[in-house]
Design a protein around this ligand. Structure first.
Ligand code: DX5
Ligand code: ZN
Length: 215
């Protein structure tokens, strides 16, 4: 399992220390949650913080845009060195165009689905996605509890990917812990985001290790 620690749960007073911890760990990606206070009822952080993380990060950055009209900012994330960029299905009127644009800027393109959004709705753009992010909480906050229905969505999505002969990655975000990570791995998830499970642990490096070797 590829683990993407969510920096939303990091200690922003010790950001460099927490970035260094992720660098030294078995984590695969830095997950960066960008919230605008409009698409979701919370505001997180923006470009100055992403820039600071980028300076110290030795692993690819995975930015999750929980913002309206994400097309306006895609280029800036590319310029900051983000490798994986996801936009929300619910925030894009022209999703095909948004995903194509992300790829054209040299990034891996992802679409994020809220808990109420059926995976079938992205069937016609699946070949434009390098990854799909299944939200297992309602986006906006770290530390919420996992919505079990997400597991079935992972299974359905995996079947869709195989039916189309693609190698799209499946990422799951929200409430991931030591128990549900196993079920997610068996269902076909490739990447899990983990905020509180990593940063609230007494030993975050070990928490990443355990999640990575969950099976
Ligand atoms: C929620 C964010 C998540 C969140 C995960 O809106 O997209 O990435 O930070 O945090 P945990 O793992 O604590 O649910
Ligand atoms: Zn996220």
């Amino acid at each position: 399992m590829i683990v993407a620690p969510s920096m939303l749960s990091a200690d922003f007073g010790n950001l460099q220390r927490d970035v260094e911890m992720v660098n030294q760990s078995e984590a695969g990606l830095f997950h960066l949650d960008i919230m605008d206070g409009v698409f979701v009822p919370n505001i997180s952080y923006g470009f100055p913080v992403v820039k600071s993380i980028a300076k110290a990060a030795k692993k690819p950055m995975d930015a999750h845009l929980m913002i309206v009209d994400p097309d306006r900012y895609v280029k800036q994330f590319a310029d900051l060195g983000v490798s994986y960029l996801s936009v929300h299905y619910e925030a894009c009127t022209h999703l095909h165009r948004s995903l194509t644009n992300i790829r054209n800027l040299g990034m891996k393109a992802g679409v994020a689905l809220n808990p109420h959004t059926h995976v079938q709705l992205i069937e016609d753009v699946l070949d434009c996605c390098d990854f799909v992010l299944i939200m297992s909480v309602n986006p906006g906050f770290g530390g919420q509890s996992f919505i079990p229905r997400a597991v079935e969505k992972v299974r359905q999505l995996k079947a869709m990917i195989q039916a189309q002969g693609l190698n799209t990655l499946i990422e799951v975000d929200g409430g991931v812990n030591f128990e549900n990570v196993k079920i997610l791995a068996q269902a076909g998830a490739d990447i899990v985001v983990a905020g509180s499970t990593v940063f609230s642990a007494a030993d975050p490096t070990n928490a990443i290790h355990q999640l990575t070797h969950c099976l």
